[in-house]
Design a binder for this molecule. Structure first.
Ligand SMILES: *[C@@H]1O[C@H](CO)[C@@H](O)[C@H](O)[C@H]1NC(C)=O
Ligand SMILES: *[C@@H]1O[C@H](CO)[C@@H](O)[C@H](O)[C@H]1NC(C)=O
Ligand SMILES: *[C@@H]1O[C@H](CO)[C@@H](O)[C@H](O)[C@H]1NC(C)=O
Ligand SMILES: *[C@@H]1O[C@H](CO)[C@@H](O)[C@H](O)[C@H]1NC(C)=O
Ligand SMILES: *[C@@H]1O[C@H](CO)[C@@H](O)[C@H](O)[C@H]1NC(C)=O
Length: 360
């Protein structure tokens, strides 16, 4: 079933590429060597940031990172590139879901058509990127390290033949992908290779409500055909993924939520345990920062916290004292997965306005 579906996905994907002459996309594989300290106890909520050296262990691993690189026609070539980082139980397809011939749901196409290339990667343990056999080797510091090394690669090497290294890299994350960018900004400070980051579907942990979490299970129990040989600490959702959408069922396509379930991916349970690491201040990062959430986000916008954007901006900005600029925007109507509902175009315009500003 998955094979069939996947083939269909590829066909749709290629079909789209032919129609969309202004942009071309192709898969790439990039090695990323990460040498990081992780907590010996992978359930450590601060992911080692508050640990003594004796409670940390060193992981020095080279990951093979899969991504899809999209570039505009040569005449619109850009000095800047976006690195797109998916959230938990998603993969690179989040940025280009194959629904309704991609109409309106592909941020990779949306931005490419406006002249901005992107690389959407699969994080460690996910999709076609290396999956360590032991899920305790997939922790937030590892994901963050891989993302930063890929950004360095985009700045120093040619990603595909004929494309020069980029001067600027803008990170665009979603949910746990945003947390990983946030973590890299904490640990790498001024060395963090991103000129700006747009963190979508992610606010400080104080507002993460347990109601916004789906039910999670060992992936091998959910889909033995795909995941029977996985460590049970690789987890995923059952087929109920409504928490990622606005509560009003008229605000998203029934086909989208069907495809979402069919193409869902896995994640290490320890990534979720380490979410509180994002509540520490990012004292040394001096680039641009923006957060974008949906007003109907069931995990972030609880207790009316998103109805007063000025107050939200003021409280979240205290975590980024050295940032060149800081902003918060709320996309009216959008749910947690801002890219997947009928308000996606509004959300894309917001993301893109920040990306343009940060890449100037
Ligand atoms: C996974 O790695 C951790 C940390 O190195 C270790 O404690 C645990 O026993 C390993 N689990 C398996 C199944 O090998
Ligand atoms: C961030 O979240 C933490 C944990 O809930 C909380 O203690 C802290 O006050 C929050 N910081 C801001 C600036 O909201
Ligand atoms: C921030 O930079 C200062 C000065 O270089 C350094 O002493 C401090 O350890 C850095 N903080 C973090 C969290 O990296
Ligand atoms: C948000 O959308 C709702 C319903 O579409 C509308 O009633 C409301 O005025 C909008 N709010 C803002 C701030 O645009
Ligand atoms: C999707 O895009 C098409 C073509 O650009 C447009 O006509 C339509 O209104 C859009 N639909 C939504 C839900 O935004």
């Amino acid at each position: 079933m998955f094979q069939l579906f996947f083939t269909l996905y590829i066909l749709l994907f290629l079909g789209r590429l032919c129609v969309e002459a202004a942009c071309s996309c192709q898969p790439v594989i990039i090695p990323a060597k990460v040498d990081a300290l992780v907590p010996k106890d992978p359930t450590d909520p601060f992911a080692g940031l508050k640990s003594d050296l004796s409670d940390l262990r060193r992981l020095d691993v080279t990951y093979s990172v899969y991504g899809v690189f999209c570039q505009p026609e040569a005449s619109k070539s850009s000095n800047a590139v976006q690195l797109l980082v998916h959230g938990f139980t998603y993969n690179n397809q989040y940025w280009s879901p194959a629904v309704e011939e991609f109409q309106n749901y592909s941020y990779a196409s949306f931005s490419c058509e406006r002249g901005m290339p992107s690389l959407a990667i699969d994080c460690p343990g996910v999709g076609f990127t290396s999956r360590p056999p032991n899920a305790s080797d997939v922790q937030i510091p590892i994901g963050a390290g891989v993302i930063s090394r890929i950004a360095n690669h985009l700045k120093t090497s040619s990603i595909i033949s004929g494309v020069k290294p980029f001067n600027k890299v803008i990170g665009v994350g979603h949910s746990l992908g945003s947390l990983m960018l946030n973590f890299g900004a904490i640990t790498e400070g001024e060395q963090f290779p991103f000129d700006g980051i747009v963190l979508t579907g992610y606010l400080n942990v104080s507002v993460v409500s347990s109601t916004g979490r789906p039910s999670l299970f060992p992936a091998r129990d959910i889909d033995p055909l795909r995941w029977s040989d996985l460590d049970p600490n690789y987890i995923t959702t059952d087929s109920v993924r409504t928490v990622f959408y606005p509560p009003n069922p008229n605000s998203f396509s029934p086909r989208m939520i069907l495809l979402d379930d069919l193409t869902k991916d896995v994640g290490s349970v320890f990534g979720l345990d380490q979410i509180p690491s994002g509540s520490l201040p990012v004292v040394n990062y001096t680039g641009h920062v923006a957060k974008v959430v949906g007003s109907e986000d069931l995990s972030s916008c609880v207790d009316g916290i998103c109805s007063d954007v000025a107050a939200l901006r003021a409280s979240e900005s205290t975590l980024w004292p050295a940032a060149k600029s800081f902003d918060v925007a709320v996309s009216n109507g959008s749910g947690h997965d801002l890219n997947l509902d009928f308000f996606a175009l509004n959300a894309f315009n917001i993301f893109f306005s920040f990306v343009e500003k940060f890449s100037r």
